[in-house]
Write a protein that binds this ligand. Structure first.
Ligand code: ADP
Ligand code: MG
Ligand code: MG
Length: 916
């Protein structure tokens, strides 16, 4: 009943009311109405209702912005009338009239969307002045300097924003007058000088527009309002929204507000501030102000502003009131506030308040402080931190002063945050070699491939010229917590000459390069960096009690753990990754990729022998050599995640990935032949080449991989099962509980899984009998082929668990090769065909529907089916939200994304209930 009522009023509000008044202690709106009033309008309404000193005004809603565009940039007459009515009300509240020569009402016309877009749109101050009103203002205030200072500001703002005259044209005239008078600061100009400036500005307008500066204040208001709506679609606002994922259709509101003046003299001023330090989170009053100034003077750098603390000496009463008000605002909003104020003749006015943007570091400090101060509950604190921003706390940072000294040379996609500095190398082997000599290196590659892993592991950072956010370099970089920039298209890399060209310069092997994986900026030269404290604690090199930030970080995450429903596991292949993930709070491994172990030291030759074998006996011989190595690997991974479920995936990639490149072998063979060399080496290369050609596939991602390998070479599955169960038995005997989950990849048909499950069960039984130990294990599958989702009810007859492999699922659902998507994805995004990279954030409508279907059908067959996700999306907050909603049991993410996943899972649980 109540619900329908709310709906009705909301609907009625939408169709009838377009303009919302605020003033004299009462506002039509409030803080919950950001959608309609924009952030600024909602804040002004809220402050008015709270009885704070806010100049009166009205907000033209965001809905009008959409109407404006729908009506081909016109405002319907009915809305014009509504605005006129509200203007009357404002004139009454202000005790002044727009256009009056005796007592003119002056207003600001301010843009303000739901999300703050600093500097993107425009504001006009002192609107309502004309040649007569300015004299009226002078008479009423007895302050001619002030009246003409206001007028010249108005002409300049109106001229540039509404009439679209370049700002320079006005600045040029202003500087001209200043130098003619020998004035250093704008405040050095007296009334007469400012009268001259006004004349100069009016001439600029006449010259540029062939018209006089509009003298009718009502016309000024209409023009300014429309200019604000226009500015919603200016190029920089559009670009800003693209970067921050803000939809175009939400529109901007327009706030028309009575002016208050910080430029009446030395008892006036204007300023901006934060209730806490937004960089460090420290509880300190933070901000700046300027005496005898207006609007943006503080941020425009015209004069150097003073720290806000000094206001206490200059105007103690206003300062005290400002502190009281902002403290109250923080309490009311339960968050740090970023505010604007103006003091007119020692009287304080509040002009804006909003939640302050802050660094990840500050976010954690502030959230934990607010709980300690009992301003918010732990549950509320969880919602105050952007999960993504936690990454900043893990990344090593450059010494900021050093970083600033060097210009940016090029940019790429910020794939993995952190500061990296080192000597450039172009191959993984060289990276290892140089690191062994004690050097720090940056591995620069056109793109990385799986067998670069050893070089990636030792490098300070990874920099590639091609590839997207889920390219190999990006995925592995994040998993390793290694600063990485990918797709830096400005690099022209010549790997054989061991150099690259960028921005007209040549960088050779051994030259220093530095980059910031958070911003994507690359610089030439060396910059000193500092390791992250949290990582030092997690790695055990710093005691937790010695690190304040670590304690806060862990406290926040432990609160998150209390509220999340989703389990958080890690994607980890090696013992130390598992240990790190455990220390970050992962409980369980959702994906252990066994093939990464094949690239380990000394293993590739054995793997190659296994692949080259042309009969089963030879293949089994090679597999027998791999067995003890894999067993030790699994033993380590289990140990790194004690007592937790560990999902181990059987071999997945096509075999050719373990062999040298076809082109390289062809060159080698040709070279040996040309040199007339005969013998073992040439024979070996020829044999390799023949096998590589045999394995060559046109679409390897759709080729002989995943379960298909296990079906054609069951002895591989046998060996891997044996290694897993033997390791589990060994730990069991040592008294450690392990829960192996053997996962078969790329299953699309239940019979594929049935085939492999039979192999797993047979070998597992065999091993347990040999060892005289019984361990509990599960067999399940990845759901990553669309057919797997569609027939999930059948597959669940064989599978005890599903893990959604959303990387392949996205690739196959869209038919986008994720290694080639970089070529067109950007254009897709520019043309708004896709809002986001579907490999970074799950496409809920398409790929997500396949996940939902898999969940529903799977549980129909097997209600206790365990469901998880192990694609890259497992570490993405928006995707985690979705996985929570569809009712998965856990997400699995790379070790360094675990904190993000814990927090995002809690936020999902607090904002939606399953089934909503
Ligand atoms: P932005 O969103 O870019 O901050 P604002 O609309 O907040 O733009 O306004 C720009 C500047 O003008 C701010 O410094 C603000 O405090 C000041 N300002 C806006 N309206 C008034 C007003 N009615 N009286 C005095 N100053 C104002
Ligand atoms: Mg502002
Ligand atoms: Mg896959």
């Amino acid at each position: 009943m109540a619900k329908t009522n709310v709906k009705k009023t909301a609907k009625a509000g939408k169709s009838n009311k377009h303009v919302y008044f605020f003033g004299a202690g009462k506002a039509d709106g409030n803080r919950t109405m950001k959608d309609l009033l924009g952030g600024k309008g909602a804040g002004l309404a809220e402050m008015t209702n709270a009885g704070l000193p806010v100049p009166p005004g009205f907000t033209i809603s965001t809905a009008v912005c959409n109407i404006y565009y729908k009506e081909h940039r016109k405002i319907p007459a009915a809305i014009d009338r509504e605005i006129a009515d509200q203007l009357k009300k404002l004139e009454k509240a202000a005790g002044a009239t727009l256009g009056s020569t005796e007592n003119p009402l002056l207003v600001s016309v301010r843009s303000g969307a739901k999300f703050s877009m600093p500097g993107m749109m425009d504001t006009i101050l002192n609107l309502g002045l004309n040649d007569d009103a300015v004299e009226g203002l002078k008479r009423r205030t007895g302050n001619g300097r002030f009246a003409f200072d206001s007028y010249r500001r108005f002409i300049q703002m109106f001229g540039s924003v509404v009439l679209e005259i370049p700002k320079d044209a006005f600045e040029h005239e202003f500087e001209g007058e200043k130098s003619a008078r020998g004035a250093r600061l704008d405040t050095d100009l007296d009334e007469q000088a400012l009268r001259n400036v006004v004349q100069r500005f009016k001439k600029v307008v006449k010259d540029r527009t062939k018209r006089d500066f509009p003298q009718d204040p009502h016309q000024q208001l209409t023009m300014a309002r429309d200019a604000v709506f226009r500015s919603w679609m200016n190029a920089r606002a559009i670009e800003y929204r693209r970067i921050y994922d803000i939809p175009d259709h939400i529109g901007t509101a327009v706030n028309v507000q009575m002016m208050v003046f910080g430029n009446t003299g030395d008892r006036s001023g204007t300023g901006v501030g934060f209730t806490r330090n937004p960089a460090t989170g420290a509880k300190e009053f933070y901000g700046e102000f300027l005496i005898n100034a207006q609007g943006e003077d503080v941020v425009a750098g015209i004069r150097t502003p003073q720290p806000i603390r000094e206001l206490e000496q200059v105007m103690p009463k206003a300062y005290k009131q400002l502190r009281e008000i902002t403290t109250r605002l923080e309490k009311n909003y339960k968050d740090v506030q970023d505010f604007e104020f103006t003091i007119q003749d020692e009287r304080l006015f509040m002009l804006q308040t909003r939640s302050g943007k802050r660094t990840g570091y500050a976010a954690v400090v502030i959230a934990t402080d607010l709980v300690a101060e009992k301003l918010v509950t732990p549950k509320e604190a969880i919602l105050l931190v952007d999960p993504e921003s936690l990454n900043q706390l893990l990344a090593p940072g450059f010494d900021p002063d050093e970083w600033k000294k060097i210009p940016v040379t090029t940019r790429g996609l910020p794939a993995s945050p952190g500061a990296a500095s080192g000597e450039v190398v172009f191959s993984a082997d060289r990276a290892v070699e140089w690191v062994n000599q004690g050097k720090q290196v940056i591995l620069v590659r056109r793109e990385t491939v799986p067998d670069d892993i050893h070089g990636m592991f030792v490098a300070q950072g990874i920099l590639t010229a091609t590839g997207g956010m889920t390219s190999h370099a990006a995925v592995v970089g994040r998993q390793m917590g290694k600063p990485s920039i990918v797709g830096a298209g400005g690099l022209a890399i010549d790997e054989s000459a061991r150099q690259f060209r960028v921005d007209g310069k040549t960088v050779k092997e051994g030259d220093f390069v530095s980059f910031d994986g958070l911003s994507g900026e690359v610089k030439l030269g060396k910059v000193a960096s500092k390791p992250s404290e949290i990582l030092q604690v997690v790695n055990g090199t710093l005691a937790a009690k010695k690190s304040d930030i670590y304690q806060r970080f862990e406290k926040l995450l432990s609160w998150a753990d209390q509220y999340r429903r989703l389990g958080v596991r890690a994607n980890a292949d090696l013992q130390d990754q598992a240990e790190l993930a455990y220390a970050f709070g992962a409980r369980g491994i959702g994906l252990c990729r066994t093939e990464h172990m094949f690239f380990g030291e000394g293993r590739i030759p054995i793997v190659q022998r296994m692949i080259l074998a042309d009969n089963e006996a030879d293949r089994r011989k090679a597999l027998n050599e791999l067995l003890p190595l894999q067993r030790d690997d699994f033993y380590g991974v289990f140990k790194g995640m004690p007592g937790q479920p560990v999902t181990i995936r059987t071999i997945d990639p096509p075999l050719h990935e373990f062999l040298p490149k076809r082109e390289d072998l062809m060159v080698d063979v040709a070279r040996l032949e040309a040199l007339g060399k005969k013998g073992a080496e040439l024979d070996e290369k020829r044999r390799l080449l023949a096998r590589v050609e045999q394995l060559h596939e046109f679409n390897p991602m759709l080729g002989h991989r995943g379960v298909r390998l296990g079906i054609t070479y069951p002895e591989i599955t046998e060996m891997q099962t044996r290694a897993i169960i033997e390791a589990a038995c060994r730990l069991h005997k040592e008294g450690t509980k392990v829960i192996p989950e053997i996962m078969i990849p790329l299953v699309g048909h239940v019979k594929e899984l049935r085939d492999q499950k039979a192999v797993v069960d047979r070998v597992a039984t065999e091993v347990m009998k040999e060892q005289g130990v019984k361990v509990k294990y599960h067999v399940g599958t990845m759901i990553e082929v669309p057919r797997g989702s569609i027939t999930a009810d059948q597959i669940a007859t064989e599978a005890q668990f599903f893990s959604f492999g959303t990387n392949d699922l996205t690739q196959l659902a869209y038919g986008f090769s994720r290694d080639d998507v970089g070529k067109f994805l950007r254009i897709y995004q520019e043309k708004k065909i896709l809002d986001r990279d579907p490999f970074a954030s799950i496409d809920t409508e398409g790929v997500g529907a396949l996940v939902e279907m898999g969940v529903r059908l799977g549980r129909k067959t097997r209600p206790d089916l365990k469901l998880g996700i192990c694609g890259e999306h497992g570490g993405d907050p928006a995707s985690i939200h979705f996985f929570h909603t569809v009712g998965l049991d856990y997400v699995s993410a790379s070790p360094y994304r675990i904190p993000v996943a814990r927090l995002a899972a809690a936020q999902a649980a607090l904002s939606v209930k399953v089934g909503d």
